[in-house]
Design a binder for this molecule. Structure first.
Ligand code: DQA
Length: 147
């Protein structure tokens, strides 16, 4: 069975408690639940991981490489905009990577308009709340299901 790894970065454990205008009131646990439900209906396995520590995120990406994960979905939170360390870690992977954001980052502060992952991801989905993740999973699945 194909496995998709969903990575949540810094501060995303606080979904449900932070900035409901941009992130709604859904919790990370509920987001992961919806992802797991969709994965089951598609017929793929999914693993979800969250950390607030950049080195732990890099190590989880290295592990994904060694495990032979089939695709990655990443919402790295603010790291998206400046972490060359996470960008370099993602660049090690040979599998499709989809970048997602709950909020429409392009309609927000200027520093959120730029992603340092753009050159290593297949595409980006933002602005649809939890559906950004679900659309990201569908996009990842479409790239790996017949491979
Ligand atoms: C976010 C957008 C980022 O700019 C922000 O730093 C986050 C969440 C999103 O899901 O909309 O923490 O990635």
């Amino acid at each position: 069975m194909k496995t998709v790894l969903v990575l949540h970065g810094i501060n995303l454990n606080m979904f449900g408690k932070r900035d409901p205008v941009h992130y709604d009131t859904i919790t990370l646990k509920e987001i992961d639940g919806q992802i797991a439900e969709l994965a089951a209906s598609l017929g793929c396995a999914v693993e979800c991981f969250q950390t607030n520590h950049e080195g732990e995120m890099a190590s989880r990406i290295h592990q994904a490489h060694d495990d032979g994960i089939d695709a990655v979905i990443i919402n790295a939170g603010a790291w998206t905009h400046y972490s060359y360390g996470i960008s370099d870690a993602l660049a090690i992977l040979k599998v499709p990577i989809v970048e997602v954001h709950m909020s429409n980052v392009h309609a927000r502060d200027a520093f959120r308009h730029h992603s340092v992952f753009s050159h290593v991801v297949k595409g980006q989905i933002c602005g649809f709340g939890v559906h950004s993740y679900l659309l990201g999973l569908r996009a990842a699945w479409s790239m790996i299901k017949d491979a």
